[in-house]
Design a protein around this ligand. Structure first.
Ligand code: PEP
Ligand code: MN
Length: 339
């Protein structure tokens, strides 16, 4: 249920409503809107009728059911798009499209600093780089782990770029959160509910990737796990899904952008690198993502892709990334956005 407060409702009235929601056995989640607050009352729906009584409380405008199975992620709870603040200068979900870029994995100090400088000088907003890598083969490079996180922090100190990096299990989530500005949940872990609950309890924005065989509804249900734990800073990421087509690594579902837009207030990011698996296809799909309304992109960029420890074939060289930034700016302008 959503409890819509009157626009003039004060703190005392809101506190009374929060108290009553708890007494009725629900968890309240306050969502601050531009003109008024709404409170999501989330929990077992068997007591649904009892919540209706809140409608007669002071300061309450209405009590309405949330029809979708994802409650806090639903547009029903908040009509405006969520703004996810990453740093004093970077916010995702507004009119500026946020570009995250960097190597698949952090490999060395030289590699991550060079990458960060390239991202910065091309006008990127956030540095990406994996320190804990979820690899298909146990014999592939697994990442530099905490050493990699330290190198990312160093690159952030040098460039001022916030960092996004993957967290692969609940045990190391706090360690990663100690360094990262955004916690990335990878495609392979997007229905790891223990991990989703864990990052829901941390006070860091989460970039949640769509699993390779996940429906849009399932993606929103995974987001709901994070939101239900109290973390409202969730960013969704479409990174390609498995289809019968083998010409690309995955099939980029660009229609996920307008579909998600109609269902959720959460920001939407596109990953054209993992979606295509081929650096030749990254630029056209990036431009298409900007045109289709993405709030951000996450793009793999490597100074020496031929020798990358992971995902070299889909990584852009810095010069090509800089050129792509220029083109994306022009497309963004055409859809009334900036980059
Ligand atoms: C990555 O970002 O390097 C990664 C492993 O992505 P995904 O989880 O989308 O495969
Ligand atoms: Mn990768």
């Amino acid at each position: 249920m959503i409890i819509v407060m009157k626009s003039g409702a004060g703190k005392k009235e809101k506190d009374e409503v929060l108290k009553r929601i708890r007494e009725l056995g629900y968890n309240p989640h306050v969502i601050h809107g531009t003109t008024r607050d709404v409170i999501g009352a989330i929990g077992d729906e068997r007591g649904k009728l009892a919540l209706q009584e809140i409608e007669s409380m002071k300061g309450v405008e209405s009590v309405v059911p949330i029809l979708q199975p994802y409650k806090l992620a639903s547009k029903e709870v908040m009509k405006d798009s969520s703004l996810v603040k990453i740093s004093d200068t970077v916010t995702i979900g507004g009119s500026k499209i946020i570009i995250m870029a960097g190597p698949c994995s952090v490999e060395s100090e030289k590699q991550i600093i060079e990458s960060a400088e390239a991202v910065k000088s091309a006008g990127g907003d956030i540095l990406r780089g994996g320190a804990f890598k979820p690899r298909t083969s146990p014999y592939s490079f697994q990442g530099l782990e905490e050493g990699g996180l330290k190198l990312l922090a160093k690159a952030r100190d040098l460039t001022g770029l916030p960092i996004v990096t993957e967290v692969i299990n609940p045990e190391t989530a706090e360690l990663v959160a100690g360094y990262a500005d955004i916690l990335q949940i990878g495609a392979r872990n997007s229905q790891n509910f223990a991990l989703l609950k864990k990052v829901g309890q941390l006070k860091k924005p989460v970039l949640l990737k769509r699993g390779m065989a996940m429906t849009i509804q399932e993606l929103l249900m995974s987001a709901e796990y994070i939101l239900a734990e109290g973390n409202q800073s969730v960013i969704l990421c479409e990174r390609g899904i498995r289809t019968f087509e083998t010409a690309t690594r995955n099939t980029l579902d660009l229609s996920a952008i307008p579909v998600l837009r109609s269902k959720t207030h959460l920001p939407i990011v596109i990953d054209p690198s993992h979606a295509t698996g081929n650096h030749h296809y990254v630029s056209p799909m990036s431009l298409a993502a900007v045109a289709a309304g993405a709030d951000g992109l996450i793009i793999e960029v490597h100074p020496d892709p031929e020798h990358a420890s992971s995902d070299g074939p889909q990584s852009l060289k810095p010069a090509k990334f800089a050129l792509l930034m220029e083109k994306m700016r022009r497309v963004a302008e055409a859809v009334d956005r900036t980059i």
